[in-house]
Design a protein around this ligand. Structure first.
Ligand SMILES: [Zn+2]
Length: 303
């Protein structure tokens, strides 16, 4: 009996240790979002990868092109649907291999209907949190009627963007989604890695959840570039989190003279204090990062 008791204690301690360590090392313990084991693909440094923060007003939409895949993270707001479609067509996008919706607020999900309708979307990911608004319902209806593969994307998962580019998810967890709660904080937060280059995507994740992510992942968050959380709001971008990310530049997507006054001064001051180069769509237009996995260039389009 005592032996069984000791065995149970050991099993419980091991389980607690696994939980405390999160997913562990980035390199070898992640699993792919399709459930298969993650493979470590070697980056080919001559292949160019572009990441374009599209100028779609107050909202987020980021287009990523690797040599073999087109990925779209968020789709801007409902009133910018036509502009989003126009911008994607201008970028010669026909097929979208992966559409990722960070959270179901209108300024991220609003253009999804047009994207799903007008482009050949091969796979949709979101955090699995449902809402009752019409934008969400039409998005889900279209995914079902067009039989587009759909998957919930959570902490510890790793998606392959092709050409040696991976996307590793840090948040949210299944329990956080089950608990419901704040849509912003449940945003998908993940890190794109291409050899020596990396970029942290944050949706509208708020400071309370940033603290949880920081405690769990610490310096694994370190990224060359940061997508400013929540359009530069003062309710995100806590200083310790920014220090761990330690990025050289930050990209903010926000509308000209937006109602929320994003980005907030207090956040801009933090970015300046940490000597991050700041790019923002309301002033710079669409912003393009081009990288070969070693070096990178950032270009403003001013439109
Ligand atoms: Zn937003």
């Amino acid at each position: 009996m005592k032996k069984i008791f000791n065995f149970i204690i050991v099993v419980m301690m091991a389980a607690a240790l696994i939980i405390a360590l999160g997913c562990g090392n980035l390199a070898d313990k992640s699993k792919n979002a399709d459930g298969s084991k993650a493979t470590t693909t070697q980056a080919k440094t001559n292949e160019s990868v572009t990441i374009k923060m599209l100028n779609i007003g107050q909202g987020d939409s980021i287009l990523i092109k690797t040599a073999h895949q087109v990925i779209l993270i968020d789709t801007g707001d409902v009133d910018m649907r036509d502009k989003l479609v126009e911008l994607l067509k201008k970028e010669n996008v026909h097929q979208i291999d992966k559409l990722i919706i960070t959270h179901p607020h209108a300024d991220h999900l609003g253009g999804a209907y047009a994207v799903l309708k007008d482009f050949d979307v091969k796979q949709v990911y979101d955090n699995g949190q449902t809402t009752s608004n019409a934008t969400y319902r039409t998005y889900m209806k279209l995914i079902t009627s067009k039989k587009i593969p759909y998957k919930q994307l959570l902490d510890c998962e790793n998606i392959d963007f092709g050409s040696g580019v991976s996307f590793r998810v840090f948040s949210p967890t299944a329990d956080e989604i089950k608990a419901g709660g704040d849509l912003n904080s449940n945003s998908i937060v993940g890190k794109l890695v291409y050899d020596k280059f990396s970029m942290l995507f944050t949706g509208d994740c708020e400071a309370d959840r940033e603290k949880v992510i920081l405690a769990k992942y610490g310096n694994q968050l370190k990224s060359t570039i940061l997508k400013s959380p929540h359009h530069g709001s003062k309710t995100s971008s806590n200083r310790e989190y920014l220090k761990a990310i330690a990025s050289e530049a930050v990209l903010i997507s926000c509308g000209v003279n937006n109602d929320y006054k994003h980005p907030h001064d207090v956040t801009m001051n933090k970015y300046n204090d940490l000597k991050m180069k700041i790019y923002r769509t309301d002033k710079d237009g669409s912003i393009t990062i081009e990288t070969d996995g070693n070096t990178y260039k950032i270009r403003k389009e001013n439109t």
